[in-house]
Design a protein around this ligand. Structure first.
Ligand SMILES: Nc1ncnc2c1ncn2[C@@H]1O[C@H](COP(=O)(O)OP(=O)(O)OP(=O)(O)O)[C@@H](O)[C@H]1O
Ligand SMILES: [Mg+2]
Length: 441
């Protein structure tokens, strides 16, 4: 019924404490009731003894019938051999003269009475009290012992809730850390402050994270090595093809150009693979510097300007503020270049590409907005997948956005792509990186 550990603990502990509290309440109620009964008996016994010691004569001979309060005890004195009481504080009440010595209970005048009978050679003394009055007194006193429990029980529930919540704070923190584990964030879980019972669990997860990190690193290294090894023969192949072009007969030139194009495509695929493997590698702190994003934006625009002019694209940096981040400059440059080169590549001739650099909530944000065809909404979530290409009519390796994502994650940032919502079709590609507010010495 209760799926969360916290609810289970609160309900179980709360119920346990409540049951113990109620049992304790019931037993003190019963004990108090019995104690009150014993006290009332003791009082009757003491009154009886006092009367035997000479106070019996003090009872008026003819008290008014029914004058006594219903809650009072009734005192009756019998003389041996007489059928009517010698003295009685309530003459209408005819107690059984032959009641056993000590305490007994009898029904007289339609009511139950508790009677204490004390026989002596000179007189028999009887003290009587209505059972209903005694019960009322006993219950009223015993009930007073219950109210602390009824006041304390809700407080106990609140205390149990707070204690359980406090005990699970570290567990919740652990849950959040486990949730944050992914290929880009493979930090071991912290054991500090976590209940010792969870140590084996945390150690197993940390071992798993370690193994995962090792195998991801091995895979990354393999890709980097393979790309590196392939690059040299491919460059040689390209050179040979360049040299060979002159000797190819005119009728074969078209097919030869296709062959060269293929070699060039393989070359850029390998370059992108190498870049991705580098962007995925753990970053070394020493290589990190304070990077001026405005410079990078301007340099990127300058880089693509010749090809943009050639294609009639209007490219410009619109609003640029001063923003610095801590990163490796070539990484950030590569990420921005990938976004801008996508805009250039997928925007038809004569289109417009605008770059913005803003600062929002402690993050520097570079936005590249184009007037291209945009991307079908159902394909958008997949554009960061490796080798995914939404548009197969235009050449590309499908790795550019994966590189941007790896760079952004490397420095605690993010990248997002969405279709424009301000009228014209096109893409708004955004990369955000944590700001470095102060120049460091
Ligand atoms: N600005 C854009 N406008 C339209 N489609 C885009 C845009 N940017 C990316 N895309 C789509 O997303 C896909 C993935 O982009 P990505 O940059 O990862 O790979 P690519 O451009 O195909 O290859 P490369 O590795 O050379 O960059 C592209 O194939 C393209 O279909
Ligand atoms: Mg691209």
């Amino acid at each position: 019924m209760f799926k969360s550990l916290r609810s289970q603990l609160v309900v179980a502990l709360g119920l346990l404490v409540s049951i113990i509290g109620l049992l304790q309440g019931l037993s003190s109620y019963q004990l108090c009731k019995n104690g009150m009964g014993a006290l009332l008996d003791l009082r009757m016994e003491q009154v009886g003894q006092r009367m035997r010691d000479g106070y019996a004569e003090g009872i008026p001979e003819t008290p008014l019938r029914g004058s006594q309060d219903a809650r009072d005890i009734v005192l009756v004195v019998w003389k041996p051999g007489q059928d009517t009481p010698f003295r009685s504080t309530e003459p209408s009440l005819l107690l059984p003269q032959n009641a056993p010595q000590g305490f007994s209970t009898s029904a007289v005048n339609g009511e139950e009475w508790r009677i204490y009978t004390l026989r002596g050679p000179a007189m028999t003394i009887q003290i009587a009290q209505r059972l209903s009055v005694r019960r009322e007194l006993e219950e009223a006193t015993a009930t007073r012992t219950l109210w602390p429990i009824f006041v304390l029980l809700p407080l106990v529930w609140i205390a149990v809730g707070l204690v359980v919540r406090r005990s699970l704070v570290d567990l919740n923190r652990l849950g959040r850390e486990v949730q944050a584990i992914d290929a880009g964030h493979l930090q071991p879980l912290r054991t500090a402050g976590v209940p010792t019972e969870l140590d084996p669990f945390i150690h197993s997860i940390n071992h798993m994270i370690e193994r995962l990190a090792r195998s991801i690193e091995a895979e990354r290294k393999f890709i980097a090595d393979a790309a590196h090894e392939l690059r040299t023969p491919l460059t040689a192949l390209q050179l040979q093809a360049d040299n060979l072009q002159r000797d190819i007969v005119a009728s074969n030139q078209e097919r030869f150009c296709e062959l060269r194009g293929g070699i060039a495509r393989s070359g850029s695929l390998i370059t992108q693979l190498l870049r991705l493997a580098r962007a995925d590698a753990p970053v070394s702190g020493a290589a990190i510097e304070r990077v001026d994003l405005a410079d990078i934006v301007r340099a990127t625009v300058a880089d693509v300007l010749p090809i943009a002019l050639q294609r009639g694209l209007d490219i410009g940096a619109e609003s640029i503020v001063s923003a610095h981040v801590r990163a490796i400059e070539t990484d950030v440059g590569m990420a921005v270049r990938n976004l801008v080169s996508n805009a250039v590549r997928y925007t038809p001739d004569g289109g417009t590409i605008d770059l913005y650099l803003r600062v929002e909530a402690g993050m520097a944000c570079i936005e590249v907005v184009d007037t291209g065809p945009g991307i079908a909404e159902d394909l958008l979530p997949r554009v960061f997948d490796r080798f995914f290409r939404a548009n197969r009519d235009i050449e590309g390796s499908g790795l550019g956005l994966s590189i941007v994502k790896a760079v952004a994650q490397r420095y605690g940032g993010a990248v997002a792509l969405r279709n424009r919502s301000d009228g014209p079709s096109g893409i708004v590609a955004t990369i955000t990186l944590p700001l470095d507010p102060e120049p460091r010495s």
